[in-house]
Design a protein around this ligand. Structure first.
Ligand code: ADP
Ligand code: ZN
Ligand code: ZN
Length: 826
């Protein structure tokens, strides 16, 4: 961009508008030092000072020659990149998200960029553990930084600024980062550990027939070692990789003789990262032919894509949706364009990654929150350089810097984890992907066995195309679903703790056959409620308006909203009574009570409490997969996207707690969850059973689940949503008003409600008390705006709301108020 002002023969002065990673409503303008004129370009990162002393990396949004009118522009401190890290498509997507979801561009940037690309004063810099470097390769300043890090393992960027006595340290850090010497992070993330297995091979010396013969002669005198050698030779005929475990099993011998052979270097041990897929799966994956139905559906989708940009594929579990995706992905790659394949976070830890890797090789990128910061930055750069054909990712993968997308697959499109609740941007990845598709002129395929009402509705009205798979692939049958009345068994006294006799018999049978069981309960902890039988006192969180849950593992009462913990109350603090009753039950109690009934069974639990550390999640999955666990008790987490070969029974402890959840989507969600859970059972040949325990056994949703009648669910739900003015028939915006003072809150919320009603009338509901009226010491009131699909443009409503809220925030009367807007709350 070096340009001379022709007449005067002087260099031009440029100004750049930048996006800062902050919740501020404007972009800021900085002046470009002439020495950097050549380097500025839209989408590159610059280092700027904002406020008194804070330093940020910002993204260049516009370049002009106009200085800002209201303030004197500070100078850009440095330009970090040789080429843009954010492209035009992305900036357009950010603009759309900011407008549609009513948030700031800086918030979108914050969510979009991996933290390693987003240095700020508070960012921490760590020396990489196994970094190999020669200090001769560093310049003086880099040398100083490394020197300091060798003494103190972690430094903040602001510390380094002080150390060097200069503001522009980011370029130095970037260089050290690129050299693989340092790690840059906002938090320390545990890495996903691939699975490793110890393999045995015969030392290459014995590849020679004579040497091998000699070996046999020597081992004649150690018959046990000879057995092991024979076992190895037998196993190595069918597979090049022989595991330690298999040899021991095959030879029936103990570890001693094997160790002796290893010590004598006859055997060589090699730790290899292994795939979590079974051997046999590879072949049929590499070479598969679609079934007749799959073939027809594939052709149907391609035909629909000629006219529609978005197609919904409604295919029951195990119908081979993934197989159809693979064919479409292949075609897209062949045409030279990129593919984005979105999955819910949890499904990404399982087989699907390897299934596709096996299929598409190394040109597939993976992007999810279990990656470390550096790995995320690495994937970002590779996408930017077009090094991947396919990217498989969770929600945030829609932000990657694609240059030419041809296809976006959104698998399990109904999953609520596609919606980001907090913080802003409160975006839905499916809907964002559809917009991204439009920017790239890419086709979007939404897939689900239980579509969201939104997408099904859109396909019925012709906005999306619609395709179906109605048969399970191959032999596998849909699981049998049994509904058991809790009330009946209670009166017959056949219920034990929370388990009906039907469920207990089912578990017993599965255990006898050495098959596995999954039990689902949607509350964690031990007992969600303690209540004093004498005076009715209930222990509550001191920061939130919720009762505390007793956790046996910690022996404490926990708040599930803010994390507050306190000692349990053996004596009622209100009346001194010791009659404290425990009400309800969570996963911990299910696990405990079940162990009492089946003392021999190996039971494990998977919920937020047992999976907080990322490796523990993987460990439970591995243990379950390798059958070191017989029964897995868990919350929603067990219902999503996990496939296990030997699970034949799935028990829902209490379906009523799902159905009665106070949310307009409760029935839709229950249907999805109960149907999806069923899909987990008996996936590969073995027939599965689902046992649903419920009080309301005749509930229409339970009947719809039994009959796999999605159509009926859709018909009834749509009618209800219509009469109560809910999505997908109406658009909805939720406004949470928060304040530390409950009186001030009521006043502000009422004023806001009145202003809204003046303009929008009946479309405004509230202010009302949300389910939990106080969280982390902030009282909350909620307002809803429900807007009909035709008649008034939603963009107009948002424009009005934006203006109103801006006035509201600057009005002194409303000091201390926080307002959060959620468009399309989920
Ligand atoms: P969905 O995604 O619809 O739940 P999957 O694509 O996972 O179903 O298919 C279920 C199982 O059936 C998988 O193990 C898959 O490999 C197998 N399968 C489906 N279609 C085929 C096919 N055409 N050839 C070989 N195996 C298939
Ligand atoms: Zn009491
Ligand atoms: Zn709390």
């Amino acid at each position: 961009m070096l340009e001379l002002n022709e007449e005067k023969g002087e260099l031009k002065t440029f100004f750049v508008d930048v996006i800062l990673p902050l919740a501020i409503s404007k972009t800021y303008t900085y002046r470009v030092p002439q020495s950097l004129n050549e380097q500025v370009a839209v989408g590159k990162r610059v280092v700027v000072q904002f406020g008194k002393s804070r330093i940020y990396t910002a993204i260049i949004y516009h370049i002009s020659e106009n200085p800002p009118k209201l303030y004197e522009a500070k100078y850009v401190i440095d330009v970090l990149d040789e080429s843009p890290v954010v492209n035009q498509h992305q900036l357009k997507l950010w603009e759309w998200i900011s407008a549609y979801y009513m948030c700031h561009l800086g918030e979108v940037m914050q969510a979009a960029l991996p933290s390693a690309l987003k240095l700020a004063s508070e960012t921490r810099v760590v020396l990489l553990k196994d970094a190999v470097y020669d200090k001769k390769d560093f310049n003086d300043k880099e040398f100083l930084i490394i020197d300091a890090l060798e003494i103190q393992p972690e430094l903040k960027v602001s510390d380094i600024v002080k150390l060097l006595g200069q503001k522009s340290v980011f370029r130095l850090l970037k260089s050290l980062f690129d050299k693989g010497v340092i790690h840059i992070s906002e938090e320390v993330v545990e890495r996903y550990k691939p699975k490793q297995v110890a393999y045995i091979t015969l030392h290459s010396f014995y590849a020679d027939a004579d040497n091998r013969k000699a070996l046999f002669n020597v081992l004649e005198r150690s018959p046990k070692q000879l057995d092991i050698l024979l076992a190895y030779l037998k196993l190595s005929r069918s597979s090049p990789y022989v595991g330690k475990k298999e040899i021991l099993e095959e030879s029936g011998s103990g570890n001693g003789p094997l160790k002796a052979l290893i010590d004598k270097e006859i055997f060589v041990v090699e730790n290899r990262v292994v795939s979590r897929l079974k051997e046999g799966d590879y072949e049929h994956l590499k070479e598969f032919t679609l079934s007749e139905e799959q073939e027809q559906t594939l052709e149907g989708i391609k035909k629909l894509f000629e006219e529609k940009d978005v197609v919904l594929l409604h295919g029951i579990t195990s119908s081979g949706k993934t197989q159809v995706y693979i064919r479409l992905i292949e075609e897209c790659i062949t045409s030279g364009r990129q593919v984005l394949y979105l999955l819910p976070e949890i499904a990404l830890t399982t087989q699907i990654i390897e299934r596709l890797r096996e299929y598409f090789g190394s040109k597939i990128g993976i992007y999810h929150s279990r990656l470390g910061d550096n790995e995320r930055a690495e994937v970002w750069t590779k996408v930017l350089n077009n090094e991947y054909n396919v990217v498989l990712g969770a929600r945030s993968a829609v932000f990657l810097p694609f240059t030419g997308l041809g296809l976006i697959v959104v698998d399990e499109e109904h999953e609520s984890s596609y919606k980001q609740y907090d913080p802003a941007p409160r975006y839905h990845a499916r809907d964002t992907a559809i917009y991204a598709g439009r920017l790239h002129e890419a086709k979007v395929l939404l897939g689900s066995a239980t579509p969201s009402l939104e997408s099904y509705f859109n396909s019925k009205t012709g906005k999306y195309g619609f395709a179906e798979l109605r048969q399970r692939y191959g032999e596998s049958n849909l699981p049998a679903i049994k509904v058991v009345g809790i009330a009946e068994e209670t009166s017959k006294k056949t219920i034990q703790s929370h388990f009906t006799s039907v469920l207990i018999d089912g578990i017993k049978e599965a255990l006898e056959k050495k098959e596995q069981v999954i039990l689902f309960q949607n509350r964690r902890g031990y007992t969600p409620l303690l209540i004093c039988k004498t005076c009715g006192y209930i222990p509550q969180c001191i920061h939130c308006d919720v009762s505390l849950t007793y956790h046996k593992s910690t022996g404490k009462l926990h708040c599930h909203y803010c994390g507050y913990k306190q000692d349990t109350v053996p004596v009622c603090p209100a009346c001194g009574s010791t009659h404290i009753e425990q009400k309800g039950f969570g996963t911990e109690k299910i696990e405990d009570d079940l162990q009492f009934i089946f003392p021999e069974a190996r039971i494990a639990r998977m919920d937020l409490d047992t999976t907080r550390s990322k490796n523990s999640f993987q460990r439970i999955l591995n243990d379950f997969e390798e059958r070191r666990i017989d029964v897995l008790v868990g919350t929603q987490i067990v219902a999503k996207g996990l496939d296990f070969d030997h699970v034949t029974l799935i028990g829902i402890i209490n379906a009523d707690s799902l159905l009665n959840y106070p949310d307009f989507r409760a029935f839709e969600r229950s249907f999805q969850l109960l149907s999806q859970v069923g899909g987990r059972a008996g996936r590969r040949g073995k027939p599965g059973t689902v046992i649903i325990q419920a009080y309301s056994t005749n509930h229409r949703v339970i009947q719809q689940v039994i009959e796999h009648d999605y159509e009926d669910l859709f018909r009834v739900e749509i009618a209800e949503r219509k009469s109560f003015r809910y999505p997908p028939l109406y658009r909805m915006i939720r406004i949470d008003v928060k304040h530390k003072d409950s009186h001030a809150l009521s006043a502000v919320a009422n004023r806001l409600g009145q202003e809204l009603k003046k303009a929008l009338g009946e479309r405004v509901l509230g202010p009302e008390d949300p389910l939990v009226g106080r969280i982390r010491n902030f009282f909350i009131k909620t307002l809803y705006i429900k807007v009909e699909r035709d008649g008034i443009a939603i963009s107009k409503v948002k424009e009005f709301l934006r203006g109103l809220l801006l006035n509201f925030e600057t009005d002194k009367q409303n000091k201390g108020t926080l307002i959060q807007v959620d468009v399309d709350p989920y």
